[in-house]
Design a protein around this ligand. Sequence first.
Ligand code: NI
Length: 256
Amino acid sequence: MQLTHATWKDIEIYLTRSSGVVIPIGSTEQHGPIGMIGTDAFTAEAVAHGIGEQADALVGPTLSLGAAQFNLAFPGTVSVRASTLMAVIEDYVLSLARQGFARFYFVNGHGGNIAPVRAAFQDIYARWSLGERSGAAPRCRLRSWWDYPAADRLRRELYGAAEGMHATPSEIAVVAHLHPDTHRTTDLPAPATLSASFLRDHGGDAHWDAITHRAAFPDGRVGSDSSLARAEHGRSLLDAAIREACADYAAFLVEQ
Ligand code: NI
């Protein structure tokens, strides 16, 4: 069930059988010459809706804006600061916790969200730890769709090192499956392979400022050969992610 399609009475009834909610979080940023700017929100939303359908979970409104300052030199990117994102996460969780929701399962589509979202979780828990709030504290979990083990294995099998870090063939493939009519298939030159030290220093999209980033990665891809993406790959990747996400969500709901 999607929260935005429900009435308040539907939500009140849902709360009698579950205190869990699934929340997609993405980004609105350039995804290279053939990737759609909404890629990260589309992928996260598709996995979240899959959980909603297969695990009878409520799916909250998608957070389509993420922390992506490093892509702001590419037109079309809309970024929120890490501190803004933290505030939004905190208000989102506290709004629903006020009504009885207790388990918040975020499905993420953008590496740059990981650090601020986890930091926001800590600030939410701190309200209970510091005695500002009483009763049981809510619990939050963040999973990036590509990190579910079967999805992760599959993207490595399909693309190897050409998966890269940004405008990855796996995310472009998922969007090609979701939106076949607007998928672009232009051939692109293979990007340079990222060094081990780059991967170590810039994991989780820990990039520098936007001017430096565009100068280093002029077409917007970061080590990713987006042109390898195929809609049928996207379907398999999405199925694998949803299967594991459902099991992970079920375990999260009953975790002590
Ligand atoms: Ni992305």
